[in-house]
Ligand binder design. Structure first.
Ligand code: PLP
Length: 391
């Protein structure tokens, strides 16, 4: 074992992601009155800055809870037990959406999509014609496979139907384009610990006018999670119950950082870093798992034959204090997953690739020396105009 005491702890998961010092400092500030003027200003600021990220002029509700909590809350507010719901699953988190719908007593039809591929809008349309669904649940960015769904095409399918479109964008929001209003997405779900650069603990839900009409009709089975209460409280720039004020101070700071960089630049950075990460990993002999539509917020790659991905992950942590993810599915040991979202820069990607190369060598695989770093650096060196044209 080498001496890792002087190496920084590098959180390179696809969530939770590294939290910038500015955000941590904001969280460490005074705890404020959740009915006072400072909190009202904070909530107003969060709404002003988060709505463009969701691509909506409507409310974005925030709750103390993780992404899964927000997924469950979104369904519970529009789909009482016995409601027919169609869930598209192109990975682990789509499967989870189905489990949530089952647990809520919905009548669930699953549209299973081969992992590593994206949902086919034509297949979804066919299924929608088959039955009157109250809700269609789709994972925007499937963090388990690294594949991004075509939201504009899927939104067009439910636009003129009563069916509400629920989008799990937990690992997409703030790192990938989302145009809730233009793409006709009814409930868009996010979480603080991914591209929003905050610690875990805030679930977010953007809500369309079409969804509000259903929510307002209301039904039993929820109290804390009642979006009507949360919406009414938000009109007063408050939460329905004691909100996570410190985390919200952190979220406001993260949103200031996004605004300072420019949201379009943030998205371009995600595209650039993800492309460089993919190129670098491929050069090290780690091919992409996605067969199409690779994500710009997470790189998912296959580990070389004969190598156990979990051993690689352990080696990266023990030798280089670099924390990446494996797979928590039947693909365990075969994949590694690295975040390219949130507070990441070119130097993070180059360091990742360097340490991954060293890890491969430690484990008896010898890629061409410096191949990963060179492939990524070559992309970074391309003139900005060329990069923009390629993006
Ligand atoms: N959906 C996606 C796409 C995710 O990546 C995750 C977390 O990794 C979740 C849902 C669940 O979110 P949480 O772990 O915050 O409950």
């Amino acid at each position: 074992m080498n001496d890792t005491s002087r190496l920084p702890y590098r959180l390179r998961l696809p969530g939770p992601t590294a939290v910038p010092a500015r955000v941590r400092q904001a969280i460490a500030g005074l705890v404020i009155d959740h009915h006072g003027p400072e909190f009202h200003a904070l909530v107003g600021e969060i709404q002003r800055r988060i709505r463009p990220i969701f691509g909506t002029r409507g409310k974005v509700l925030t709750f103390a809870g993780s992404g899964t909590a927000a997924m469950e809350a979104a369904l519970a507010n529009i789909a009482p037990p016995g409601t027919p719901v169609l869930v598209v699953a192109h990975g682990q988190f789509g499967v989870r959406f189905g489990q949530i719908a089952q647990a809520l007593g919905c009548k669930v039809d699953m549209l299973e999509v081969e992992w590593g591929t994206a949902p086919d809008p034509a297949a979804i349309r066919q299924q929608l014609e088959h039955r009157d669904y109250a809700a269609l649940c789709v994972t925007h960015n499937e963090t388990s496979t690294g594949v991004t769904a075509d939201l504009p095409a899927i939104g067009a399918l439910t636009k003129d139907r009563p069916t509400l479109l629920l989008v799990d964008s937990v690992s997409g929001i703030a790192g990938l384009p989302v145009e809730q209003d233009r793409w006709h997405l009814d409930l868009v779900i996010g979480a603080s610990q991914k591209a929003l650069m905050c610690p875990p603990g805030i679930g977010l839900v953007g809500i369309s006018a079409k969804a509000w009409a259903v929510i307002e009709r209301g039904h039993g089975g929820r109290f804390f999670w009642d979006f009507r209460k949360a919406g009414a409280a938000l009109d007063k720039l408050e939460g329905a119950f004691t909100p996570p004020v410190s985390l919200m101070a952190g979220l406001a700071e993260a949103l200031r950082m996004i605004e300072e960089e420019g949201f379009a630049n943030v998205l371009a950075r995600h595209r650039r870093l993800a492309a460089a990460m993919r190129a670098g990993l491929a050069s090290l002999g780690l091919p992409p798992f996605p067969r199409e539509a690779p994500s710009d917020t997470v790189a998912v790659v296959r580990v070389p034959d004969g190598l156990d991905g979990n051993v690689m992950i352990q080696n990266l942590y023990e030798r280089y204090r670099t924390v990446v993810a494996g797979s928590r599915t039947h693909l365990s040991g075969k994949l590694i997953r690295i975040g390219t979202m949130g507070y990441v820069s070119e130097s993070d990607i180059l360091t990742d690739l360097h340490f991954i190369e060293l890890t491969l060598r430690n484990l008896g695989i010898a890629p061409r020396e410096g191949a990963g770093v060179a492939a990524a650096a070559a992309l970074f060196a391309r003139p900005l105009e060329e990069r923009r044209a390629a993006a």
